[in-house]
Design a protein around this ligand. Structure first.
Ligand SMILES: Nc1nc2c(ncn2[C@@H]2O[C@H](COP(=O)(O)OP(=O)(O)OP(=O)(O)O)[C@@H](O)[C@H]2O)c(=O)[nH]1
Ligand SMILES: [Mg+2]
Length: 109
């Protein structure tokens, strides 16, 4: 399973881009899922669900969103493996421009 991280400020078009990326992989008969992180609330799960994309949502609540994200990578990957995804896309919370939770050797947008 390949992992791609997509991060950026609020309402910068992360979900819009991910929907296009998913189309690209689906055209190649690849199974794609998305894990969406946010701080308090998100409607993105409905968008992905409506598009028939398996989605997992993580809300950091009163935990630092960056730490929550890092601590959630392994459970998200396990979820993706369980669903036999070819590609797992991680959409970050829309935080400030400082936030770019990318990992070495993992494709990042
Ligand atoms: N004009 C224009 N609008 C866009 C474009 N991409 C996204 N939008 C609109 O901008 C708004 C936010 O886009 P999203 O893709 O939801 O942004 P996001 O970064 O996922 O937002 P959060 O997950 O809430 O941080 C939506 O109303 C989109 O329809 C674009 O390329 N051009
Ligand atoms: Mg989004």
């Amino acid at each position: 399973m390949k992992i791609i991280t997509v991060s950026g400020p609020p309402s910068s078009g992360k979900t819009a881009i991910i929907l296009q990326i998913v189309k690209y992989f689906r055209d190649k008969n690849m199974k794609v899922g998305v894990a969406k992180f946010d701080c308090l609330t998100t409607e993105d799960d409905k968008v992905y669900d409506n598009a028939g994309i398996p989605v997992l949502t993580g809300i950091s609540g009163n935990v630092c969103p960056d730490h929550y994200y890092v601590a959630s990578i392994i459970p998200c990957a396990q979820w993706g493996e369980k669903l036999k995804l070819d590609v797992l896309i991680l959409e970050s919370a829309g935080l400030c421009n400082r936030c770019s939770p990318h990992m070495e050797r993992i494709a990042a947008v």
